[in-house]
Design a protein around this ligand. Structure first.
Ligand code: AGP
Length: 621
């Protein structure tokens, strides 16, 4: 989730770019850069780390041009560094590109361009786009041609280049031969055009230029914008002129940073379809000998010989690990343990060099998980990290990394990262099972068909928010909740309880529903509310009995059920979820529980994004 900013006007561009990048700070970043068209050339300044580092570089070596691009990088490919910071340029150094998204087929394009003589200076997928556009220009613009030809040539070169790109992008291009124009395009990642007076802006999000204009045009997928100081034209990727009406933004800046949502947590809950899609993107194929070697450096041979998997994590990440345990044992038959890192690190474990430890962490900085990783490596085990932050401590120590692509998660309560972690675990499980021969290619293709439908299923559940808000309104004064689930949804019961207690401070417990009769049922009376995960599963009838037992003892029962299922006896409220395969139901079933927790906390006046006593990343024991 990088930050993109562009300016074409009559005033020095650098202050607008820096201000815009600051306004996108909430999108998170680990490096930043700027490129300005000036004195017949393109001049870049880049710096690793926080934006202040780029400001320091500019102080020493200022830029004064009136057309510029700026970028803050949230790394997905290639570590955070100056070399990997955007803008990236072509061989000539006269054409620069900034990009937010993932170019899935960048490796094959890079290999083809390298064979054609292009030299690359970074590990990023974005740099490939700059060289691809340069290659296309060779057939469209001859040195010495009249300057008027430069702009249409650049537009066509960008259009043709994007015709070869697969994946997600919000992209902007600046060329020294057409110094007064920015060519931009959008597919899957956000890109917004701000229309000023004698100046125009482009950005990943509205806050970047809201101080200067409220008239904006939201680009749709497959659309391009040609941005100049006095003119903005819109086209389809096919080159057809589009007539796009601007809208006027009513939000204030704070609201704008939250995308119009009242809290980052709610925004991030609604970003979950994208978190799932972006983490899965480009990682299904090839089904043989490909993805995990390319993405995580784990060979098929290594996957074939793993004796045991040990998943270590904390909090929500641990709950994702419990889901991963079910999946890995189900799909590969390999014994799989999931354990909180705080327990694992102090226990005499039976790890060996034939074991693979999977460390899950959104921040990549959690002290207990980092200590568990170090402990595992001391015992000779290999470690795979599933992390949302490229270059964080845990991925740096791990042997292999499979990143989630959720963008920064700012709400302390983890939501979209949880979806990303399960999405990454699903990819890992599929390829591990293929490597071990416990999943056939037809079976994998069927699983892929189900996985690609998940973002849509999550979107369908998000549409149930009004019903969930209504139910939360009836329960927000209750003092005790018991979340129950079975099998793959036992971890989701734990996660639902954690979400509720950590942001609303209400007592909530997650329990394996089969355990109710072994004690917990004793606490049930009219003061205890039960949330039952009773979606379609082989243990559905058992869940139905649990609901009736709770109801008979005075509890009010909220049940998650599958659309079309018969009414669940014992449930006072039923939230009907889209039918998904039981195996993948955790990814969908957690969403109503997140919304339920959010609304109860909000109705109780709690600080949803920064709950008391908690930190986003627990970097101490
Ligand atoms: C979850 O909502 C909490 N914020 C917390 O349990 C969190 O999941 C845990 O601290 C692990 O953090 P990590 O994923 O950054 O390692």
């Amino acid at each position: 989730m990088c930050g993109i900013v562009g300016y074409a006007g009559r005033r020095p561009a650098t202050p607008f770019i820096l201000e815009g990048l600051k306004r996108l700070e909430y999108r998170g970043y680990d490096s930043a850069g700027i490129a300005v068209a000036e004195s017949g050339g393109i001049h870049r300044r880049r710096a690793a780390g926080k934006l202040v580092n780029l400001e320091a570089v500019l102080k020493k070596s200022p830029l004064s041009g009136i057309v510029a691009l700026g970028h803050t990088r949230w790394a997905t490919h290639g570590k955070p560094s100056e070399e990997n910071a955007h803008p990236h340029c072509d061989c000539s150094g006269e054409l620069v590109v900034i990009h937010n998204g993932i170019i899935e087929n960048y490796i094959e394009i890079k290999e083809r361009l390298a064979q054609a003589g292009h030299k690359f200076a970074s590990d990023t997928d974005t740099e490939v786009a700059a060289h691809l556009i340069e290659e296309k220009l060779k057939g469209l613009y001859r040195p010495g041609a009249t300057p008027g030809f430069a702009e249409p040539a650049l537009f066509e070169a960008v259009r043709l280049a994007l015709g070869e790109v697969k994946g997600a992008y919000a992209l902007a291009v600046l060329w020294a031969k057409a110094p007064d124009v920015i060519i931009s395009a959008k597919t899957a990642s956000p890109l917004i055009i701000g229309l000023g007076e004698g100046e125009n802006f482009l950005a990943s999000d509205v806050p970047a230029f809201l101080a200067h204009t409220r008239r904006v045009v939201f680009l749709e997928d497959g659309e391009m914008a040609v941005v100049k100081a006095d003119d903005c034209r819109f086209f389809s990727l096919a080159g057809k002129r589009l007539d796009k009406a601007p809208v006027t933004i009513q939000w204030d800046r704070t609201m704008a940073e939250k995308g119009g949502y009242r809290h980052f947590m709610l925004k991030e809950i609604h970003e979950q379809p994208a978190a799932c899609e972006d983490t899965l993107r480009g990682r299904f194929f090839p089904l043989r000998d490909g993805v995990l070697q390319r993405e995580a450096g784990i060979s098929v041979a290594a996957l074939k010989t793993v004796r045991q998997f040990h998943i270590v994590a904390c909090g929500t990440a641990y709950h994702a690990g419990l889901v991963g345990k079910y999946w890995l044992e189900e799909a590969t038959g390999v014994p799989t343990h999931a354990e909180t890192a705080s327990e694992f690190r102090y226990r005499k474990s039976t790890l060996s060099k034939d074991d693979l430890v999977i460390a899950i962490s959104q921040s990549g900085e959690t002290a207990d998980t980092l200590a568990a990783v170090r402990s595992a490596k001391e015992k000779g085990a290999k470690v795979l990290s599933i992390c949302n932050t490229v270059g964080a401590a845990i991925p740096r120590v791990a042997d292999h990394n499979l990143y989630t692509h959720c963008g920064p998660e700012l709400g302390v309560a983890s939501t979209k990262a949880f979806i990303g972690q399960m999405s990454a675990l699903a990819i890992f499980t599929m390829h591990a099972a293929l490597a071990r021969g416990t999943l056939s290619e037809p079976g994998a293709r069927e699983l892929v068909d189900q996985l690609v439908r998940l973002p849509g299923d999550i979107r369908a559940v998000l549409k149930l928010d009004p019903q969930i808000l209504d139910i939360a309104g009836k329960f927000h004064k209750k003092g005790h909740f018991l979340f129950i689930g079975r099998g793959l949804n036992y971890p989701i019961a734990l996660e639902g309880a954690l979400k509720l207690k950590e942001i609303s401070y209400v007592h909530a417990e997650g329990y394996a529903a089969g355990e109710m009769k072994h004690g917990p049922i004793a606490i049930i009376d009219e003061d205890v509310s039960v949330v039952a995960i009773a979606t379609r599963a082989k243990t559905y009838d058992k869940m139905a009995s649990n609901c009736q037992e709770a109801k008979a003892r005075g509890a009010q029962v909220i049940a998650l059920v599958t659309e079309g299922a018969p009414p669940l006896p014992g449930a006072d409220y039923q939230i009907q979820l889209p039918p998904v395969p039981e195996l993948l139901s955790p990814i969908v079933n957690v969403v109503p529980l997140q919304l339920f927790a959010y609304h109860i906390a909000d109705l109780r006046g709690c600080d949803v994004d920064q709950p008391r006593n908690l930190a986003k990343s627990v970097t101490v024991e």
